[in-house]
Design a protein. Sequence first.
Length: 205
Amino acid sequence: MEKLVKVCGMRLSDNIREIEGLGVDMIGFIFYPRSPRYVSVIPDYLPTGAKRVGVFVDESREYVLSVAKKYKLDYIQLHGVENPAYCMAIKGRGYGIIKAFPISFGGDLALTADYGGICDYFLFDTKSLLPGGSGEKFDWNLLGLYSGDTPFLLGGGIGPDDAEELKRLSFPQLAGFDLNSRFETVPAVKDPQKIAAFIEKTKNR
């Protein structure tokens, strides 16, 4: 089964249009003010084929829902300590939920248990001091300890040179890959050639 490709941290209209044209499945927009990829102004172009994902960190439900409505988001990706009830409330408004879990050792995967049956996807990212990722990898062998039913996206420092190794991963709930900083020329500007090559290698196109 082909894996999903999500490109996160986009902001510029022409770049969004170009990356969407490569056939990516999801495009993420970061609404966390401390991120260098923070979106403060609605781009002139938003995806019409790829699903729109909004990334938030411990924001009020009212704020998340207002942004989701303004950007016509398909998924809400949560990177803070949002509890299952919070996720359920957002999901109840018609949005898909992606809950991020920072991973550094196997015990971190146990935190997903309370979110089973609520979230559409989990995102496993590398644990760092700030929410939203560090651009570094964690030990992917830890994924073998995940026994939940919820499919997950793998993030955390994935780069163009990782495509062949990722293709060999055989974890049953691995649904796709989350690409960000290692595919950039500068923060929030993605390199279409690098992403196209990654898709070619991982999706057998």
